[in-house]
Write a protein of this length. Structure first.
Ligand code: MEV
Length: 416
């Protein structure tokens, strides 16, 4: 491979990441080659025919609760990593992101149908709450020894299309795990006892992905000057107001937030579908689909932003310890707990949303996208190495980022 300016930059970026995170050469190599062997993949899911690599980028400039982070992001979309880094740079001027979170409580649901007296059973179930919690905790002594475990039990009476149901909900402190396995096992363990108490039939026993007891929050203050003036602040506040008023815009607004959250989630080997489901359900919890973030102008004309999002993610268990890249990503991130990981994800989501709204409110989103998009088109046309940048640059200058133009430029080059 010829060493271009870009590849030498990449070498020094590797070194920087290695030094920052204290990575071994093996860990660095795992990043380079993509890490997941066929054997490991086969142990993860069924009918494996290969692995599907996507880029792992590192977002820079993140200062969260006065700690510096390099943030691994696994994502195929151009501009996301750069946008997050850019927003984090603006945030640094005023101390970065301030984040906090609730305890890592997940909810396990047990559905009980055909109760002879659905409205009367609540008391009977709650009378045995202590024993039921003890029974749940017997399923995971390790979690209990780490300070986690089932904390509470609540009962909801649910009118449904199939009649009135009783739902017993176990609240479990999952500590540093995402917790799905533990919570499901605990919910299953309660089934027999609950049938006996209620006289009904237990059907589903499963975690809820609406993790509204496991919330991460982050806030940020961006000086108007960093954004390009008060006009841009107004544009961002108006963009937020648009999302708050309209579900069509709100879905896209939240998609922008999740570009950041999901990329960190995937990079760290967490369950992206769980986080997505939880986030969108949380936005609709009051019956009105609403933005995950809030933006306001303060009395100085600067921009204030908040995010509150359920984050069911872990730093142990699942594939976090099995997938070699997830392990390295967690090391680069340097988080000590699932709570800290959630706070980073919330901050990245807020940064991502800020970057998108700033670009949309100012120059529009396409300018940032175009150079990477042009590089992709050049590569699709068959360009290689330095040719990619050259052809991409011409197409951007000409505002003609098309495959036919890339092919034309490539053939002109080969004839010269
Ligand atoms: C694109 O992946 C995300 C955006 O559409 C988000 C937004 O519109 O806020 C740019």
């Amino acid at each position: 491979m010829t060493v271009t300016r870009q590849s030498s930059n990449i070498q020094s970026f590797y070194k920087l990441v290695q030094q920052f995170a204290g990575l071994t050469d093996d860990e660095l190599n795992a990043l380079r080659v993509g890490g997941l062997s066929f054997d490991r993949a086969e142990r993860m899911v069924e009918n494996v025919v290969g692995v599907f690599p996507i880029p792992l980028g590192i977002a820079t400039n993140f200062l969260i609760n006065n700690k510096d982070y390099l943030v691994p992001m696994a994502i195929e979309e151009p501009s996301v990593v750069a946008a997050a880094s850019h927003a984090a740079k603006m945030a640094r001027q005023t101390g970065g992101f301030i984040a906090e979170s609730t305890e890592p409580i997940m909810i396990g649901q047990v559905q009980i149908v055909n109760c002879p007296d659905p409205h009367g059973v609540e008391k009977s179930v709650l009378r045995e709450k202590k024993e039921l919690i003890e029974l749940a905790n017997k399923q995971d002594p390790m979690l209990v020894s780490k300070g986690g475990g089932a904390r509470d039990l609540r009962v909801r009476i649910l009118p449904t299309l199939a009649g009135t149901m009783v739902v017993a909900e176990l609240l479990v402190d999952c500590r540093d795990a995402m917790g799905a396995n533990t919570v499901n096992t605990m919910a299953e363990a309660l089934a027999q006892r609950l049938e006996k108490i209620t006289g009904g039939k237990v059907r589903l026993r499963i975690i809820s992905n609406l993790a509204d007891k496991r919330l991460a929050r982050a806030r940020v203050l961006i000086p108007k000057k960093a954004l390009g003036g008060e006009e841009v602040v107004d544009g961002i506040v108006e963009a937020y107001a648009f999302a708050a008023a309209d579900p069509y815009r709100c879905a896209t607004h939240n998609k922008g937030v999740m570009n950041g959250v999901t990329a960190v989630c995937l990079a760290t080997g967490n369950d992206t579908r769980a986080i997505e489901a939880g986030a969108h359900a949380y936005c609709a919890r009051n019956g009105n689909y609403s933005p995950l973030t809030t933006w306001k102008k303060d009395k100085n004309g600067d921009l204030q932003g908040w995010i509150e999002i359920p984050i069911a993610a872990g730093v142990i268990g699942g594939i976090t310890a099995v997938h070699p890249i997830a392990k390295v990503s967690l090391k680069i991130l340097g988080v000590r707990s699932a709570k800290e990981l959630g706070e980073v994800m919330a901050s990245v989501g807020l940064a991502q949303n800020l970057a998108a709204l700033r670009a949309l409110a100012a120059e529009g989103i396409q300018r940032g996208h175009m150079s990477l998009h042009a590089r992709n088109i050049a590569a699709m046309a068959g360009a290689d190495g330095k040719e990619v940048d050259h052809i991409a640059r011409i197409m951007v200058e000409e505002h003609a980022i098309r495959l036919d133009r890339a092919k034309e430029l490539l053939s002109q080059r080969s004839h010269n």
